[in-house]
Design a protein around this ligand. Structure first.
Ligand SMILES: C[S@@+](CC[C@H](N)C(=O)[O-])C[C@H]1O[C@@H](n2cnc3c(N)ncnc32)[C@H](O)[C@@H]1O
Length: 218
């Protein structure tokens, strides 16, 4: 898989913002009942199918939440500082430093894969390769749950979470373009949740797609 040219910059930038991310409570699920509902439905479906990988887990909030729902889950993240926080905050699940672009997952080894607002820094063609990689790693019936920012712009960022000196690009996705990516990876869309713009935040989408191979209703 092609490694993004800016991967080192993205890693250093998330290392730089990781403390602020945790201190400001970014990504916490308490105020997000619809996100918790989606995670509950995902957990119910994937837990019996096999282990789940939280790709770009940050400080481990969603990893720990899924673990609390009975899912056998581990987290990986590009940023060593994010992983340090995840290990400190959530002693249960295991967390490792890795890029989504270098996971080397065995075929049909996962019941589910979570990409929770973590893949929007990947160039569009690389995101498609990562989704294909995750799709191949799912067992039949296994699900991918992917959340991201909606739009068609590539937004260069120089600050985030109140911290300057950041260097990354946020690639926003139109939901139909994202659906085309998961379908291109051989997955069947299951459901899609849309969230309108809030304050300075663009609209958001949460897409669930499933590897075919089981009969009946998805
Ligand atoms: C907005 S944070 C979301 C973190 C977490 N999913 C959450 O909801 O709290 C984006 C995360 O994606 C990670 N990330 C960015 N690019 C990545 C890549 N190529 N592979 C793995 N993780 C990546 C960052 O290090 C960061 O922790």
């Amino acid at each position: 898989m092609r490694q993004p040219d800016d991967l080192a910059d993205v890693r250093a930038s998330y290392d730089r913002v990781a403390d602020a991310y945790v201190q400001t409570g970014a990504g916490l699920l308490g105020p997000e009942p619809w996100l918790r509902a989606a995670l509950a439905a995902f957990a119910e479906h994937v837990a019996p199918l096999g282990p789940v990988l939280d790709v770009g887990c940050g400080p481990g909030t969603t990893t720990a939440h899924l673990a609390g729902l009975g899912v056998d889950v581990r987290g990986v993240d590009l940023s060593p500082r994010m992983v340090q926080h995840a290990r400190r905050l959530h002693p249960g699940p295991s967390f490792d430093v890795a890029s989504a672009t270098e996971l080397q997952l065995a075929d049909a080894s996962l019941g589910g894969a979570l990409a929770w607002w973590s893949l929007f820094n990947l160039p569009r063609d690389v995101l498609a390769e990562v989704v294909a990689d995750l799709a191949r790693a799912l067992v039949p019936g296994g699900q991918l749950l992917l959340g991201t920012h909606v739009g068609d712009e590539d937004v260069p960022r120089t600050s985030a979470y109140g911290v300057d000196g950041v260097r990354w690009t946020t690639h926003r996705w139109l939901p139909e373009a994202l659906v085309a990516v998961v379908v291109g990876a051989g997955l069947e869309p299951v459901t899609e949740l849309r969230f309108p713009a809030r304050g300075t935040q663009p609209p958001q989408v949460l897409l669930c797609a499933q590897r075919p191979g089981v009969t009946g209703r998805v």
